[in-house]
Design a protein around this ligand. Structure first.
Ligand SMILES: [Mn+2]
Length: 313
């Protein structure tokens, strides 16, 4: 598949790079890594990074005319389904290469490089750049740094359940290849500012526990009081992780009477099936669903409470 991808790259002068809406570190750093890698190795080609939404540490949103996309080879990164692409004009591209690690079957690309066992999309990209097929191409320090940053942010510095020997091996190769300062990168991408710390304290104080299930439900008025959006509330789910007594944890936040729900769990408690039952999805230990009414949320949380007391498989 790597040769097929190289072959496609060689055939196009215009390359566009897409990521998912509301990009996280993996989506943004993967896009930056791929763009930089292509620019350094193929200076005669024009590379554009599409997308409107920004990521708080670093962003690149190029001006991309529709005609450019239509004539281009499009890479879509870290995006499980085509409706989640930040800029749906990606689907008009001359050829699409999907590169992703979400366990969802939506092969919207002409080539689909999907590895659900990879801990991050950046890990899949790194594996490709480090492969035999790509060995004649240059892998710069900056590209290594972006890829490493993508892996660190998606795995919360190598502590999610999908981290395995491949993740560490590839991370190690990036550190060696790019002569990376690991502690410095982790500081840059993981440290939070003081406003976030104060907000996190307020969020943690709202934690409720039933069995081995911990949860916070934010009503619309709670969000108003805290001065945060529904999205910001959900993004703080890691603040109620790392607790010995909890097997499953979740944040639900309300908008117009309906709740968006994010769920995390420890190894052995597979919770994406629960989210799928409510129209959502995700990884085994990290999943979400949207627009649940109060009754659905209650039923879902009862299920998760029960699951949290079961002995993990
Ligand atoms: Mn990812």
């Amino acid at each position: 598949m790597y040769s097929a991808i190289l072959d496609k790259i060689s055939k196009y002068d215009k390359i566009s790079i897409f990521r998912h809406q509301r990009p996280d570190g993996d989506a943004m750093f993967s896009a930056l890594a791929l763009a930089g890698f292509l620019e350094e190795n193929f200076p005669e080609k024009t590379i554009k990074v599409a997308g409107e939404d920004e990521y708080d540490i670093i962003s690149r949103n190029d001006e991309v005319p529709t005609s450019f996309i239509q004539e281009s080879l499009a890479f879509v990164l870290d995006t499980s389904t085509s409706d989640r692409i930040d800029d749906d004009r990606a689907l008009q591209a001359s050829f699409i290469i999907k590169i992703d690690h979400h366990p969802i079957d939506d092969p919207y690309g002409g080539i689909n490089l999907v590895d659900a066992s990879a801990a991050a999309c950046a890990q899949i990209l790194a594996q490709m750049f480090l492969s035999e097929e790509f060995s004649s191409l240059k892998l710069s320090q900056k590209t290594c740094e972006y890829l490493y940053s993508g892996i660190v942010t998606d795995t919360i510095n190598f502590r999610t359940t999908n981290v395995n020997s491949d993740t560490l091996l590839i991370a190690s190769k990036l550190v060696r290849e790019g002569d990376l300062q690991v502690a410095e990168i982790v500081e840059t991408v993981m440290d939070k500012d003081i406003d976030h710390f104060i907000l996190a304290t307020k969020i943690r104080n709202r934690l409720k526990i039933k069995g081995h299930f911990g949860f916070i439900i934010f009503r619309e008025k709670d969000l108003e009081k805290l001065g945060i959006s529904q999205m910001e509330a959900k993004n703080n789910i890691d603040e109620i992780g790392k607790i010995k007594d909890l097997q499953i944890w979740s944040i639900a936040s309300e908008k117009d009477g309906l709740f968006d729900v994010s769920v995390r769990s420890k190894r052995g408690h597979v919770i994406n099936t629960v989210c799928t039952a409510y129209g959502g999805g995700g990884h085994r230990n990290a999943a979400a669903c949207k627009k649940l009414n109060r009754k659905q949320l209650k039923t879902m949380y009862e299920t998760l409470t029960k699951m949290s007391d079961e002995i993990p498989v």
